[in-house]
Write a protein of this length. Structure first.
Length: 518
């Protein structure tokens, strides 16, 4: 049973000079291949298409990270045919062999941990601790899903017999060809988790990473190849979501879609996948995680420093570009003024700047589109509430926005309701805990939430009534750990598919009962 035991990958201690040196060496490695060109990977072959896209450093938009060929409809269809053909053999490969590919990939990532972290610092703008945690989470997904597949395979072999009458078996079999449409904010962890969950369960996939972090995705596909993954199991087809994404979702031979991204795109995928196309002989499955408007509730009579620290770290880690980020603080009126003071003071201490510097806490936002969207919400916030920190932004060198706090907001205000996906915190006051729960639940999302309270009755009320997929008590609302806090939300936050949980792999398979009479 030892093979099933699972331990999380430790985070790097940057107070140790040797780890600082290793990260700096990782940055040197990444800089040695800046500006390179990356092809599509279809059936193991490197393919150049008619269109290219340039990936830039969001902290310095004059620096090119890489140029990536983009798939058109021709390449997408070629990849689909390769994936369909490869599925016929890959589905019959033993779970033990498929799991070993994940374990080997995890070992490779450990050896290249600082390089991959540094690459995310450069291409995604992740500060050191955030990038390090992203790599650790990717390794955790690989180790966890590999072990989960072995567990499922063991259960799969159990014989449920009625003696002298019949032998009954229950097997999980893979679905078929899937489309993996991954986000830019966790360009390694989520990309790796979504892809390998599909692969280890016997499916073949077409992967379409987010446009701003395609080099990270390409490098991970190389890791899978090095780990021995057969050609054609994973096909790298970056391209336009409106063109390639829609083509794949509508394809009659596609069996499932695994998506992480915005509510608008996720809802569109869900709708399109529901339509049965000509020649389609199944109902497509959709696994979706679509974002949140997450809240931290601060009760009366609590450690106010703990509350402020949890809120600020949850709101501004990776510039608030997490679907789990604290976007709303809901504070009891008895401690409201004091907590607001502490949040304001703490926010103003955060260093904004180049994420390649260890001291930076808030790096750039993703791209010019994100910059415009977030600064637009800041202008709305200035009309709806009182600005107590931040509010400044500049895109001269990179896409930098100061961590911004608005207070005294109406719970129905725009910036209290809509997902901003940036370093903007909205704060509101409530008269009691019951109202706090009511306000927390008053959005269309239900992903993460946290409660800072020493009142057991209130914690139990939140346990029952705070309607989110991931709920935390007396800590921040970000940082779900694979295997310990399976991640996924309710309502418009997605299909509550619980990545890193015991039933996630099952979503990529279907059950088959076989009964043999004696």
């Amino acid at each position: 049973m030892a093979i099933y035991s699972y331990k999380t990958e430790p985070l790097t201690d940057f107070s140790k000079t040797e780890n600082v040196s290793k990260y700096q060496e990782g940055l040197k490695i990444v800089k040695s291949y800046l500006g390179k060109t990356y092809p599509l990977i279809i059936g193991g072959k490197r393919i150049e298409s008619e269109k290219k896209m340039v990936s830039i450093n969001p902290a310095n938009h004059q620096e090119v990270v890489g140029t990536i060929y983009q798939a058109g409809l021709k390449e997408a269809e070629e990849a689909m045919q390769i994936a369909l053909k490869t599925f016929q053999s890959w589905k019959n490969v033993s779970p033990e062999v498929r799991a070993d590919v994940l374990f080997k990939s995890a070992a490779i990532l450990r050896r290249r941990k600082f390089e991959f972290a540094a690459l995310m610092t450069v291409e995604a703008g992740k500060p050191w601790p955030e990038a390090d945690a992203d790599v650790a989470e990717a390794i955790d997904f690989l180790e966890y899903y590999g072990r989960q597949m072995l567990k499922i395979a063991t259960v799969d072999k159990e014989v449920l017999s009625r003696r002298n009458i019949e032998r009954n078996e229950y097997h999980y079999i893979p679905l078929g060809v899937g489309a993996i449409i991954s986000p830019w904010n966790f360009p390694l962890a989520i990309f790796a988790g979504m892809t390998t969950a599909a692969v280890v369960t016997g499916n073949t996939v077409l992967v379409k990473p987010a446009s701003t972090t395609q080099v990270v995705a390409y490098k991970f596909v190389e890791v899978l190849e090095e780990a021995g993954l057969p050609k054609g199991v994973v096909n790298f087809v970056p391209g336009s979501g409106a063109v390639i994404g829609e083509y794949l979702v509508n394809h009659p031979k596609l069996r499932f879609v695994s998506f992480t991204g915005s509510k608008a795109v996720g809802a569109s995928i869900y709708e399109k996948a529901a339509k049965v196309q000509k020649g389609q002989i199944w109902l497509k499955r959709v696994i979706a995680e679509m974002g949140g408007k997450d809240a931290i509730i601060v009760d009366d009579n609590v450690d106010l420093d703990l509350a402020a620290d949890a809120i600020v770290k949850s709101a501004f880690g990776f510039s608030g570009q997490k679907c789990s980020a604290c976007s709303r603080a809901i504070i009891h009126e008895n401690v409201y003024d004091e907590v607001v003071k502490k949040i304001t003071a703490l926010t103003k201490t955060l260093k904004v700047g180049n994420p390649q510097e260890l001291e930076t806490f808030v790096g750039p936002v993703n791209d010019i589109n994100a910059f415009k969207k977030i600064t637009g919400y800041i202008e709305i916030g200035k009309k709806e509430g009182r600005l107590v920190a931040g509010g400044k932004a500049s895109d001269k060198v990179g896409y930098f926005i100061d961590p911004t706090v608005f207070v005294d907001l109406d719970p129905k205000a725009v910036i209290m309701q809509e997902e901003i996906f940036g370093p903007v915190l909205a704060v509101t006051k409530v008269k009691d805990f019951e109202e706090a729960i009511e306000v927390a639940n008053n959005t269309e999302y239900g992903l993460t939430g946290a409660v800072i309270s020493n009142n057991r009755e209130h914690l139990e009320m939140a346990r029952r009534d705070f309607h989110v997929g991931n709920l935390y008590f007396n800590r921040k609302c970000t940082g779900a750990i694979v295997g310990y806090q399976p991640f996924g939300g309710f309502n418009m936050s997605g299909t509550d598919s619980k990545a890193g949980g015991p039933d996630y792999l099952i979503l990529h398979m279907q059950g088959k009962t076989i009964s043999e009479a004696f």
